[in-house]
Design a protein around this ligand. Structure first.
Ligand code: ADP
Ligand code: MG
Length: 330
């Protein structure tokens, strides 16, 4: 007999989510009633983000279900990280073609494994039948005045990016059937694929950037595009120094220097943080970075004006780049 909606929610969402709700101690009522009751800490601001993943649009049809679960939460934790928030809770809206238990088992494993890593609790959601799509709403906290925003960068601020952008885009291309280059070894191929399938939201870095970064954005649509959005929100121009881009050995093996640079600028799906720091706080940033596992590399600066300038060893270059835009790229 196919699994009914009540039993599906009970088995795949309520029971596995219960332990974290109890562990956090700020979920008086989780999954099972008409709505959840949540107890935010006094004096903190609530930070809310929601992102949807649609099959065939945000992940290829036939993606590993564990990756779909992981990414659905990761992209939202990345948004909270970019605000410098402490993530706490999330809600999940699932549209499923069928109550496929093999799919659900793996999906929930990917979802709740990442949730456990960050101590966030699944507190509610919605389950409907239809073409595969997953929405997550993530909720977190930040003290008033401490949130990182896109606006706030000033001329002279230094521009940084975490991790190694471009890997996820290369991983997606491999997942979609692009051939591995001869220079790419098996462990590098796996690594690029994992960077697309299992991005690590930079929550710890976002926390460390509170009081340090003047502006921050997460990189979902391509570094050049997202750095441009940060600069535009700050009423400034951004200069990217291409030779400073932190390109991974795997990306270089797969795409060569020019290809890797292009993917790092335009690829998207990185979920790294791109942020600015006033020069006077660069030393303090270095101290904070010692507390987190990921790297951050200076890749440029903010200037007066508007738009993006790309410099290659100091010389302006006309690399073409466009980020991902759902309504322009159809
Ligand atoms: P209602 O019809 O009152 O909206 P539902 O039957 O949709 O209630 O959901 C019952 C309970 O299960 C609610 O607490 C809801 O938040 C939770 N829930 C439903 N689907 C999910 C899901 N995919 N993930 C987490 N919780 C869910
Ligand atoms: Mg109801």
């Amino acid at each position: 007999m196919p699994l009914g909606e009540f039993e599906l929610i009970e088995r795949y969402f309520r029971r596995p989510a219960d332990a974290m709700c109890r562990q956090r101690g700020d979920v008086p009522l989780g999954i099972g009633d008409d709505a959840a009751l949540l107890a935010p800490p006094a004096g903190q601001q609530l930070v809310a983000a929601l992102d949807t993943l649609v099959e065939g649009r945000h992940f290829p049809a036939g993606s590993p279900p564990r990756s779909i679960g992981h990414r659905a939460l990761a992209v939202n934790l990345s948004d909270l990280a970019a605000m410098g928030a402490d993530p706490a809770w999330f809600l999940l809206a699932m549209t499923l073609p069928a109550a496929d238990e093999v799919f659900l088992e793996e999906f929930v494993r990917g979802l709740l494994q990442l949730a456990a890593e960050h101590g966030v609790a699944l507190v509610g959601g919605d389950t409907t039948a239809g073409p595969l799509a997953v929405s997550v709403q993530a909720l977190g906290f930040v003290a008033p005045g401490e949130a990182l925003q896109r606006a706030g960068a000033r001329a002279g601020d230094l521009l940084y990016v975490s991790g190694t952008p471009g890997d996820a885009a290369a991983g997606l291309r491999l997942a979609m059937g692009e051939a591995a280059a001869p220079a790419l070894d098996e462990s590098q191929r796996r690594w690029l694929l994992d960077r697309f399938h299992f991005p690590a939201p930079r929550v710890a870095l976002g926390r460390e950037l509170r009081g340090i970064a003047s502006a921050c954005i997460d990189v979902s649509d391509g570094l050049a595009d997202d750095a441009g959005k940060l600069a535009a929100a700050s009423g400034s121009a951004v200069v990217l120094e291409l030779e400073r881009l932190p390109l991974s050995a795997a990306l270089l093996a797969q795409a060569g220097t020019a290809g890797a640079t292009h993917l790092a600028l335009t690829g998207g799906d990185d979920y790294e943080l791109c942020f600015t720091v006033p020069p006077a706080r660069a030393g303090a940033l270095a101290a904070r970075l010692a507390n987190v596992k990921c790297t951050a590399t200076r890749i440029g600066r903010i200037e007066a004006g508007s738009g993006i300038m790309l410099l290659d060893h100091g010389a302006p270059t006309a690399q073409s780049f466009t980020g991902f835009d759902h309504f322009r790229s159809r």
